[in-house]
Design a protein around this ligand. Structure first.
Ligand code: CA
Length: 219
């Protein structure tokens, strides 16, 4: 998934980013409400992990703003506030889940997986393409039963193509999906990632549509 992480604690933010990237998520990390709004306006994410106590305001303002704008992104709130009233207020505002600090990383990862499953519930979570099998929610890929190690952006490309199967995904769409504020991905970078993916998946999974983009065909 592409995740927007909003956390002003540098140590926690960097360790969360590291752990989530180890689990093949693409993570953009910001530390202010204003930066979160800018990121949401400019990028496409599948999940926001949001701290409430931020230097320029309350994280709940970001949720309020987002819902007003009609954005439907799932939100997982991280907060040191453990009072039931705080949890209820955040959930009522439109947060999808709430985790109290300090929390266990395994629990956070489980909640992130649960969000992934909800996102993919219309699809069967495991999808087979020839000798390749993909678990979209679990972020795992096998070739002939052997696990393949994909980097976060490689997984992101493959997952997007599988989600939009039998339709052409433009290079531009993939660039946007893979880019973060700190790192804009150029279209030749997308080609490089697809090249690496083909080496790992075999040449026939991802088809090139000349001048446009790529498609994964599944019957
Ligand atoms: Ca904080």
């Amino acid at each position: 998934m592409k995740i927007l992480l909003v956390e002003d604690d540098t140590l926690l933010g960097s360790s969360l980013q590291g752990v989530l990237e180890d689990h093949r998520h693409v993570v953009e990390w910001v530390d202010r409400c204003a930066a979160a709004r800018t990121a949401l306006e400019n990028g496409a994410y599948q999940l926001m992990i949001l701290d409430l106590g931020l230097p320029d305001g309350d994280g709940r303002e970001v949720i309020r703003w987002m819902r007003r704008e009609g954005r439907k992104l799932p939100v997982l709130v991280l907060s040191a506030r453990s009072e039931i009233a705080d949890r209820v207020a955040a959930l009522d505002l439109g947060a999808d889940d709430y985790l109290t600090k300090p929390f266990d990383l395994e629990e956070l990862l489980a909640r992130v997986r649960a969000t992934g499953r909800r996102l993919h519930e219309v699809l069967s979570s495991r999808i087979a393409i020839g000798e390749i099998e993909i678990d979209l929610a679990g972020h795992q890929v096998w070739r002939s039963g052997e696990i393949i190690n994909l980097r976060p952006r490689e997984f992101q490309i493959l997952a997007t193509l599988v989600e939009r199967r039998n339709r052409v995904v433009t290079r531009r769409d993939l660039e946007e999906l893979m880019s973060t504020r700190d790192q804009w991905v150029e279209s030749n970078t997308v080609e490089v990632f697809v090249h690496h993916l083909r080496k790992k998946l075999g040449p026939s999974v991802i088809e090139t549509v000349r001048g446009t983009g790529y498609v994964v065909r599944i019957d």
